[in-house]
Design a protein around this ligand. Sequence first.
Ligand code: ZN
Length: 526
Amino acid sequence: MTRHSRRLTLLPILFIISQLPAAAQAPLAQSDPLARIRTAAAQNVGPTCSTTDASLCAEAWPKIIASALGPSPLYENLRRLTDEIGGRQTGTPAMARAITWATDAFHQAGVDSVRTEDYTIPVSWSEGATHLEVLAPMPFPVRLVSIGWAPPTPNDGITANVVDVGDGQPADFAHVGNAAKSAIVLVHSELLQTLDELFAEYMQAPGVIDRSVSAGASAILWMSSREHGLLYRHTNTSDGTLDRLPQAIVAREDAQRIARFLAAGQTLRVRLEIPNQIGGPVQQHNVVAEIRGREKPDEYVVVGAHLDSWELGTGALDNGCNAALVIETARDIVSTGIKPRRSIRFILYSGEEQGMLGSWAYVRAHRAEMDRIAGVVVIDEGIGRITGFSMGGRHDTESALRTIVKPVESWGVINDTLDAMWGTDHFDYMLEGVPTLVANQEPANYMVNYHAASDTLDKVDIRELKINTAIIGVIAFGIAETPERFGPRQSRAEIEVMLKQTGLDQQLQMVGVWKQWQNGTRGRQP
Ligand SMILES: [Zn+2]
């Protein structure tokens, strides 16, 4: 993924925020570290969200910011979601409890309506007692977890040799030749540091699986891209279907030990058990809350985040904190007492981790409304400060965004990127031509804890989460309020040009999604 960025001038309020005390973990710090910035915001009645000035933004924005940065149920909501419900993988009872949590919290936020919308995921999945026993040359412990939505091994497991296929590229498979047949292949990884590297990890996997299947391998062991024994989970399919081979992520240190035995010329024989439980199609839900617009209630802005998570940790950074942020944004806007011109729908999706299944289902079910969606805002990268927005490959909405973002620009919200990305819940709206904004965020502690056992509430900096909440609230209200539409809906031809110009077409080919665009399964209909 290539991101183009441009910097705009920093405004003086950046100084105010930079003088704040260091990040506090406590929900309500006694000294109220956000008091000064809140006071400054309350006095900030300058900017408006429109060039024509006929808006209530100047009146609403300071109130939204003051509410977001003041005492709020944000932390307690997030504590209940992460500690009391915990990891909430789509299709599980915990996910159902999270839907109830969201519905209740939206009601308490005072929105005009809350409902759940059903859709069906093709396969439900849960991990069994994944286990690997090294039979030869000597036993040693290997920690591993199954890849999500990977098929189980046969009842008595797989007993086979492990073959090192390096990076899993065609030359690597050519090098090992017939040795990969019936073997368990070990695929190496680089240490994960950036979001771009994460996307690369996702994009290379389908090709490696293709080659493993062609070579007749019986299973794949992926070397963890994180150190210190950290295990994590994701899927390598993009549409919620079952994968083709049993696969597991192996602790980096253990995988390297295996690789060293093989490099020393020894035969490493193992027994691998991945007794995953597979279920049939199962109904899931998105939660949709709404503030009705005062003038154009049938036009609406979508503010969304995914509510589901993996279950090794408790899904605090990915994406519990931003699910709680979306609810708090609704509460902040309600608390102004000002109805925006258009409606705002706050949507918490399930099924994101299996291929954005919830947001894809929403877009399919609401296709007739796509012309009336003024814009879509999504946040999904933990608690790192919002630095700007990924514009969905569009230039035409950027000046409107810059006008809308004025009250919070000086907090560092200055780097919009003209890239188009895949991998979160704006994607199917973008393929329908609706203007989308995905928050670009500072890396903070997102990557190291990504999908891992360590993604827990103690990683969430509530001060930063409150600041991001204020930013999203200002933008949501601004897009809903500005007299002119934020941006037009693109035609299918325009979307296709955008996909090619941004290079997203090639990424989608690698992850198997391009054919869904081409055959009309996903995206604006021909
Ligand atoms: Zn996420």
